[in-house]
Write a protein that binds this ligand. Structure first.
Ligand code: HEM
Length: 344
């Protein structure tokens, strides 16, 4: 089975989007990305990324993530004392993963505000319905994002740093060979995947926790339940590369399968009381990070970020209430536009 070549959305197309000239950058960014590759290309890209992660970048970032979370929660406290409540998406869920992935890849501070709008424009294409304006915004975002990463990679080639982009550049120039387009596609994917789901994972999970009430328990176990109960990536699409049978259903080569991760995570055959939010659920074999060869390579980082953010926020306010909650009008990447909270 292979994923659709244009991302995890229902509208993905294995052969890229048409007209090809308008979608050129979008198409190669996806075709050259690890998420859309099959072995042996996938094995090679995964080895390079996992190797770069394995060189201690996540471990190196742990105290920094704590520091960033402490700073953002202190800002939340200032807003709460002025306004009585704070939008936790804007103040914590969104900035933390963006700052972390930007530091990991080595995106200079003045440019970090560019990442979220580019990423948002691109992931809009994974949804079921889209407008012409959204299509054009995604095409523009791909062009700008790719050009930006290309220039940054050229700079890292001249002045290597301690960051993951420098590692990927070294890999490009080494024996394993990342092609120039693979390098850009990999960095763009890491910057996007490295924060989109984490933003929504935190917002969704916190809303579930607060709706359930009660104690939050151990942040590490709590995070697994946050990801299970209201999964940030609800759907992944894959395309059969050959005829196959899943649970008695015959699927022919070329046909698409929608893997509903959100539904799998509420499967009563796997989880007792699947709709209940239990912060201490154990075991918790959820599929929020997918499964198989494409299992999320950023899962250790995501878990660390979410547990740190939850620990710092709930450490300061063990009891919180939701004042206002507005969902995004999206299905594939499920999350909140606003989640306004206040100390209970
Ligand atoms: C709560 C946060 C996150 C969630 C829920 C999530 C979820 C997922 C899912 C469902 C997949 C596809 C798995 C499959 O097809 O079976 C995936 C793949 C991937 N994720 Fe994440 N992710 C998160 C955070 C991150 C972070 C922080 C990074 C990077 C730093 C990242 C990088 C990737 C990459 C590169 C892949 C492609 C792996 C491959 O194709 O081999 N993700 N993620």
């Amino acid at each position: 089975m292979q994923r659709g070549a244009t991302g995890p959305g229902v509208g993905a197309d294995l052969h890229g989007r048409e007209p090809a000239d308008a979608w050129d950058t979008f198409n190669w960014l996806h075709a050259d990305s690890i998420l859309d590759s099959e072995p042996p290309k996938h094995t090679r890209l995964r080895r390079l990324i996992a190797g770069a992660f394995g060189r201690g970048h996540v471990h190196r970032l742990a105290p920094r993530i704590e520091e960033l979370a402490e700073g953002l929660v202190a800002d939340c406290a200032a807003t709460v004392s002025e306004e009585g409540a704070v939008d936790v998406i804007e103040a914590l869920a969104e900035p933390l993963p963006v700052l972390v992935i930007a530091e990991l890849l080595g995106v200079p501070e003045p440019d970090r505000h560019l990442l979220r709008p580019w990423s948002q424009a691109i992931v809009r294409m994974y949804e079921v319905t889209r407008t012409r304006e959204e299509d054009e915004a995604a095409q523009r975002a791909c062009g700008e994002f790719a050009a930006y990463v290309e220039a940054l990679a050229a700079d890292r080639a001249r002045h290597p740093g301690e960051d993951l982009l420098s590692d990927l550049v070294a890999a490009r120039d080494g024996t394993d060979r990342l092609s120039p387009q693979e390098l850009v596609a990999t960095a763009v994917l890491l910057l996007n995947a490295g924060h989109e789901a984490s933003v929504n994972g935190f917002g969704n999970g916190l809303a579930s926790l607060l709706a359930a009430g009660g104690d939050f328990g151990d942040p590490v176990r709590l995070v697994e339940e946050m990801l299970r109960h209201d999964s940030p990536l609800h759907l992944f699409e894959r395309t059969a590369t050959h005829d196959t049978v899943i649970e008695g259903v015959h699927i022919r080569a070329g046909e698409k399968v929608a893997a509903l991760l959100g539904a799998a995570n509420r499967d009563p055959a796997v989880f007792a009381e699947p709709d209940a939010f239990r912060p201490d659920r154990d075991p918790n074999p959820h599929l929020a990070f997918g499964a198989g060869i494409h299992f999320c390579v950023g899962a250790p980082l995501a878990r660390l970020e979410l547990a740190t953010a939850a620990g710092v926020l709930l450490g300061r306010w063990p009891r919180l209430r939701v004042m206002d909650a507005v969902r995004r009008p999206t299905f594939v990447l499920r999350g909140y536009e606003r989640l306004v909270i206040a100390p209970a």
